[in-house]
Ligand binder design. Structure first.
Ligand code: ADP
Length: 323
């Protein structure tokens, strides 16, 4: 393995890594370490005060939690040896604040998932019980069956979105990236959603030109699908959806209900909805935009939202030059 590869691997680590030689010169610093140290120190003496104090009293293998620019950071020091001779030292920096935040988000997600799954399950079991006990009249049975089917479908969408999100959490995308024609993909997605749009009396139009980006086809297709699907579901009667691919930007604009200002910063969060009943009534899971955000991040694409209540919404995804 060469040095560039090693540096690339160390840059993907969640912990900061800093390597020093015996003279105290910084030989290597990964991305997290530069962020936590707020600058690129060239020598040990350039390090922030709490780290220097830690160095002053520590032995190899020792660790301590310090406050670094307002964050709780666990520092671990280790001597480095080559052929039995001490050649330098390595410092590991773990951002405990970040770990706590990630842990809290995982807990919240689990609680939300349980709640979201329990609601349809409770009604499914309720309707089935009424039929089983003979409490449903002949005329009701068909209606109850329809509700059971609808709630089961909701659970299926939810489970499939949860699986998509956990897959996105698990793996990076670089390995499967290939050149994808964004316009062609948008065309296919618009085609798939044509009948859903027709049912709601919404017209979907596509414009722009062919552009190739480097990405994972299935994920990009999912991203476009979720945006166009929302633009149809949160539209008004006889509304329009304009999908445009121009340059490296894909935009989806609708003439729908819009998103109130104070909700705009939160709609990309998992399970956040402006109007829960409208989302559910139209088959929403509350995860669509979280998936969009995740896929954009994995493609290093920039996501922007413009929306006015009662007028409409536009979401754009801009891919980087090299992607
Ligand atoms: P859902 O499955 O509920 O649609 P999303 O994650 O896709 O979940 O979207 C989150 C929320 O953002 C929606 O519940 C809705 O309130 C709002 N939203 C998303 N897209 C639009 C849009 N095009 N117009 C208006 N509101 C939207």
């Amino acid at each position: 393995m060469n040095e560039t590869m090693l540096a690339a691997i160390l840059d993907t680590m969640e912990d900061g890594v800093a390597v020093f030689d015996l003279e105290g010169t910084v030989l290597f610093l990964n991305a997290v370490a530069s962020t936590l140290l707020r600058k690129k120190p060239r020598r040990i003496h350039d390090l922030p005060e709490p780290v220097l104090t830690f160095f002053g009293g520590v032995r190899s293998g020792g660790s301590e939690t310090v406050r670094l620019f307002g964050r709780a950071v666990r520092l671990t020091y280790q001597d480095l040896y080559e052929n039995g001779l001490r050649t330098g030292a390595v410092l590991l920096l773990s951002d405990l604040g970040e770990q706590e935040r990630a842990e809290r988000m995982r807990r919240e997600f689990t609680a939300n998932v349980s709640h979201e799954l329990k609601t349809p399950l409770t009604s499914i079991s309720g309707y089935a019980e009424m039929i089983e006990n003979g409490m449903a009249k002949e005329a009701d049975i068909r209606r109850f069956a329809e509700r059971i089917r609808r709630e089961s479908n909701r659970m299926l969408s939810l489970v499939s979105d949860i699986i998509k999100l956990s897959e996105l959490d698990e793996r990076g995308i670089r390995a499967q990236a290939e050149p994808v024609d964004l316009y062609r993909l948008a065309e296919e997605t618009v085609e798939t959603l044509k009948s859903a749009a027709m049912v709601r009396g919404v017209t979907v139009q596509l414009s722009g030109e062919s552009v190739t980006v480097l990405g994972v086809r299935a994920l990009l297709s999912e991203l476009i699908y979720n945006l166009v699907d929302n633009a149809i579901r949160y539209n008004r009667d006889n509304g329009t959806v304009l999908v445009r691919v121009a340059g490296r930007t894909l935009s989806v604009r609708d003439t729908g209900i819009g998103i109130p200002k104070h909700h705009q910063s939160r709609i990309f969060e998992r399970f956040y909805r402006v109007d829960k009943s409208r989302s559910k009534a139209t088959g929403g899971t509350g995860l669509g935009l979280a998936i969009v955000k995740h896929i954009s991040q994995q493609h290093n694409a920039e996501l922007t939202l413009k929306s006015s209540e009662g007028i409409g919404t536009e979401i754009t995804v801009t891919f980087p030059k090299e992607a």
